[in-house]
Design a protein around this ligand. Sequence first.
Ligand SMILES: Cc1cc2nc3c(=O)[nH]c(=O)nc-3n(C[C@H](O)[C@H](O)[C@H](O)COP(=O)(O)OP(=O)(O)OC[C@H]3O[C@@H](n4cnc5c(N)ncnc54)[C@H](O)[C@@H]3O)c2cc1C
Length: 637
Amino acid sequence: MNLDPHVPSGPLAQKWDKHRFEMKLVNPANKRKFRILIVGTGLAGGSAAASLAELGYNVESFCFQDSSRRAHSIAAQGGINAAKNYQNDGDSIRRLFYDTIKGGDFRSREANVYRLAQVSVNIIDQCVAQGVPFAREYGGLLFNRSFGGAQVSRTFYCRGQTGQQLLLGAYQAMSRQVRAGRIKMHPRSEMLDVVVVDGRARGIIVRDLVTGQIQSYSGDAVVLATGGYSPVFFLSTNAKGCNVTAGYRAYKRGAAFANPCYTQIHPTCIPVTGDYQSKLTLMSESLRNDGRIWVPRDGGDHRPPQEIPEADRDYYLERKYPSFGNLAPRDIASRAAKEVCDEGRGVGEGGRGVYLDFKDAIARLGEHTIRERYSNLFDMYHHITSENPYKAPMRIYPAPHYTMGGLWVDYNLMSSIPGLFVVGEANFSDHGANRLGASALMQGLADGYFVLPYTLSNYLASTKQTPTPVEGEDFKRCEAEVREQLQRLLSIKGKRSAQSFHRQLGKLMWDQCGMARSEQSLKKALNEIPAIRDEFWHNVSVTGGEQGLNQELEYAGRVADFLEFAELLCHDALDRDESCGAHFRIEHQTPDGEAERNDEQYSYVSAWEYNGVGQAPTLHKEPLTFEEVHLSVRSYK
Ligand SMILES: Cc1cc2nc3c(=O)[nH]c(=O)nc-3n(C[C@H](O)[C@H](O)[C@H](O)COP(=O)(O)OP(=O)(O)OC[C@H]3O[C@@H](n4cnc5c(N)ncnc54)[C@H](O)[C@@H]3O)c2cc1C
């Protein structure tokens, strides 16, 4: 397997410029001869489709929602980072680069992260030009707030709806190209396989979710922008539809899967309330700008929060991390919340919660200002819990939220299958072992608006390809395999729903491979997953038929992939016998409970190769070398 990251030579700050100059271009008249298949219409896929079509390529855009505007990116609340330094508070491209590398616990590729910080400034200009209504100061300048892991204010936001507004911007840009005839939209279409012809990605197999028809599409390159896989834990802050199918099926066709065990648990979510819950809700990290996190100082203190005096409260993040306080990065804030709850100081039902309190901010700034900054988040909290967060502190607890792992890509965002590009949350590229808040939107848009248009053009300009009609043997074989799996699922006619298996798998993953992992817990998970999978394939009940709308069938296919992928995730977590970022192996912690990295043995990207269902995958290592950053103990104290 070729894992050459293709990082350009030269000084870090000049690599991207140099690479852009050296890459081949496609003549404008030739661009319309190429067809690019883009799966996913979130911020990564939407921005990629709009930009590539604007360049003149023919783009076919696929998503499983009824409209590309409903991609999961719409849920992003808090904001998007950029090194604009509008606040004049000491920010710079280098500082954003360094914060991101450190935030990821020194497990990301230096050159990619530097490029991300560089193009971050272009994203804001692009989005402002599209009319994205970023928050502004009274005088009209763009305003910023802070997110975790940074001591500057560099987060641009649209109240609590940043993702939605950015997605509307991308959607407008796409719509222009739909009208111009350069983008063809395929909503309600689920990609179920990648077609590899002569070692290159040349097409996809798609199920029309309304008619049930299986269709093949052929193109000159395939782009996956299919998002993250947090629902492997069943309960997560992600949209219910988020899944691993596209990435996992590409993995089965030969694409390396990188760092699957790097899964982010977000510290500020509404706590779980019962066994039948199907979704968790995020309370944006932006709330930690003004909210203070605390628990009672002593276990067993069940007084209502308003009756607990200051002296009996423990503002544990401010105590443990005085320089970053409530804006400690997510992995650290999540573990700290777990720790105080494990000590019996958690609040709310079951003791799995901590307070996020706005009393001081309201006293200082007035309720009006807090309402102006966060009203939709406060309303959401109120609707879900029936508690008024202007009057009593919110109760929050960590929940699965984002996945840093994904398909391995080189500096050009190309996977280990030539012609298969991967952008946004679906790739592993920029966040190392922990993503900083407001950096996912930045990465998705950097990939789609500013990186892929260059690197994909370079691929097309330097690759000679012959047409691959969908009538060809490779497509037909792939189609037959897809049909066979659907029929297999329908033929079992067992007694348990796909959801019950998903819930069982998710609980196992959360308990054994969640916020804390150990050799013992991972071996237990690896032992139990095959048994759940085996029962699934003998006892799942999928009602309805192959034709027409059948959401049970769609869902069962996704659960089947989670049941294989979970094993890969645990293999990766077991192999990485160190703690880093969000991957916390309890065997490796400092005396005060911080993650203890092992740079000597684990300073590499784990890229896994598929060997068959139930077979241990093969590990390939891409060494991580740091030229400009000094590897140090990550401290926020
Ligand atoms: C509640 C919440 C709040 C967040 N807030 C922030 C924030 O404030 N700032 C920030 O930076 N990040 C935030 N994030 C993270 C961020 O929203 C995501 O990482 C990002 O939007 C992912 O974008 P994407 O384009 O990669 O994928 P997505 O937006 O998830 O889009 C995936 C697309 O792929 C399609 N798709 C997937 N599989 C298939 C298939 N098999 N066939 C066809 N189509 C398929 C889907 O239909 C969809 O169009 C938040 C996340 C959550 C859950």
